[in-house]
Design a protein around this ligand. Structure first.
Ligand SMILES: Nc1ncnc2c1ncn2[C@@H]1O[C@H](COP(=O)(O)OP(=O)(O)OP(=O)(O)O)[C@@H](O)[C@H]1O
Length: 246
């Protein structure tokens, strides 16, 4: 298997304060990789680095044989402005713009594709509903329909199943399995370790730096999880000490 993403001594952060340190290694094409770790471990920061929303403080993240526009990214639900007056059909249609260009227009066959994606996530009949009127689960289904339309080689999901009921989670996990069968590379930030163990063969455990990566059953051991938690707690204590000294 060839690599899709390569990290080389990658450090990412904000205002020159590192949040992810010295990350090395490859993500294989077609991998189904969970990114786990305590709050503040740098998981979302890593996705932002991969998608190019955050430039490295040092080191590199390289996309191999894939262009940035071939990445689809689902941010945390909290990052989405639900007051924006737009309906479900138009949000899903936005998944096309990287393929068609901003002023490309939507053809009849595009409309069919959008309709199929809406049906695939179980939202038929919701096309003209504004996003403010959707439940949390319906909103997430809509965003998965947009990911389907993007037809991306690499798919990044940031806490896709948080606050989503078990039926919706199962339906969306079926789409993730479909992407795996299509040999797309999927990276998902997840907190539910049982779900990771059941559905994600590979895991990267982060605590600002790599604690472990590889087969999920080898990574999510009590020892590694304890180590990750202690590293984050030690870092937080340091940060408080610094703040007091300042
Ligand atoms: N925009 C930002 N500006 C400054 N610091 C930030 C910013 N976003 C995140 N951070 C900091 O970077 C660190 C890593 O945050 P990140 O959101 O990547 O963690 P996470 O592992 O995704 O956490 P969670 O599980 O809570 O979502 C944290 O200390 C956080 O406070």
């Amino acid at each position: 298997m060839s690599a899709a993403i390569r990290f080389s001594n990658l450090t990412l952060g904000y205002d020159r304060h590192p949040a992810v340190h010295h990350l090395d290694g490859d993500v294989e094409t077609g991998a189904l990789l969970a990114i786990c770790g305590p709050n503040g471990a740098g998981k979302s920061t890593l996705l932002k680095g991969i998608v190019g929303a955050l430039s490295p403080l040092s080191g590199t993240v390289s996309l191999l044989r894939v262009k940035t526009r071939e990445i689809a990214y689902l941010p945390q639900a909290a990052d989405i402005d639900r007051s924006f007056p737009i309906n479900v059909f138009d949000v899903v249609a936005m998944g096309l713009w990287k393929r068609r260009g901003l002023f490309g227009g939507i053809s009849g066959s595009d409309e069919d594709e959008i309709q199929r994606a809406i049906a695939a996530v179980g939202l038929e009949g919701f096309e003209r509903r504004t996003i403010a009127t959707l439940s949390g689960g319906q909103l997430q289904r809509m965003l998965f329909a947009r990911l389907l339309i993007q037809d991306a080689a690499i798919i990044l999901l940031d806490e896709p199943f948080t606050a989503i009921d078990s039926k919706t989670t199962e339906d969306l996990l079926d789409l993730v399995a479909r992407w795996r069968d299509e040999k797309r590379t999927v990276l998902a930030v997840l907190h539910d370790l049982d779900l990771v163990r059941q559905h994600f063969p590979q895991t990267l455990l982060l605590a600002r730096e790599t604690i472990a990566r590889g087969r999920t059953e080898d990574v999510l051991t009590p020892e590694n999880l304890l180590k990750a938690r202690s590293m984050i707690e030690a870092f937080d204590r340091q940060a408080h000490a610094c703040a007091r000294a300042a």
